[in-house]
Design a protein around this ligand. Sequence first.
Ligand code: AMP
Length: 371
Amino acid sequence: MTFNELQLSEPILRALKEKKYTTPTPIQSKAIPIALDGRDILGIAQTGTGKTAAFAIPIIEHLGKQKNIKGIKALILTPTRELAIQINDTFTDYGKHSRLKHTVIFGGVNQNPQIRSLNRGVDILIATPGRLLDFISQKIISLDSLTHFVLDEADRMLDMGFIHDIKRLLPLLPKKRQTMLFSATMPNEIANIIKTILYKPQRVEVAPASSVVDSIEQHIYFVEKPQKIELLINVLREQKEKTTIIFSRTKHGADKIARTLNNRKIRCEAIHGNKSQNARQNALQNLKSGKSRIIVATDIAARGIDIKDLGVVINYDLPDVAETYVHRIGRTGRAGNSGIAYTFCSQDEHMIVKSIQKLTNKRLNTVLVPA
Ligand code: AMP
């Protein structure tokens, strides 16, 4: 299928062409026709599947056709500032040939620039829950003219304790609207929310990742925990130029690795849930601009960040489930580029390696630890 077959309007097709996207991803080819039809969507999809465009494109199409109605017509609610900024960028990309205005609001920063941009008039608002409710209670924002509502990363919203905020927000939304909810997993609590916010939803699902592209070299070192840090330093010194992400199972572990590397003059930054939004944003910015090339992250913090040209993924600790391994290493080897994944496996982590090999139907290439 091509984007042309989805019968999109010229401004969107032009924007897609400029991004050199010709083929919709599976979630896009499933969700876009349903959303264009005006129906509610329950999307089971992770970040990295192209789900942002799956809801952004139909929203731009619909709002582009509406007559000049003032006020916020689409609200995208997402759990973190990083995701909010990425979604905002997606609207910038796909909406650049339409006249729609969009902006992003999130907490932890001065509210005045955000208020100024809201006052200039906004059709599409991307928000994190706290700042949104704050602005609503200050009467800076009204949602009375809303026609489209997206709840993004619903499971993560719950993990981050946003359930009460969402429950406070729901009664403030007009009843007649189109709603799309996206979640990577479907815990019971989400099932309850679905019943209250979606009307006869169409379920759109993309299979959890199990395949690893051939352009990623996968190496494994069998190494005991106390030796992992020296091995890491060796590997990083060999891969000098490549942008690298190191996965740690815990926040504390990520900090410890980052501290040791910095002490050994290997510049890196850690990102995890205990870091302030600002610190996380700076770390990402430094990586994107090339100021730093190494980041140490936990799975939760890394979810949803989109770093292009990642050359190396290092699994300092193995994840608990094999699918997470596939997601981690899928951050390299994108768009035809080659990538390398190194996995450091200690005695107690052998079982998970077996299930990774079973899931991906590939053997990891064993490398001997340098003496
Ligand atoms: P998302 O899951 O929305 O965060 O998207 C993941 C990545 O896929 C982003 O870097 C997008 O720019 C990219 N992407 C989205 N749709 C397409 C497409 N149809 N073709 C190629 N890349 C895409």
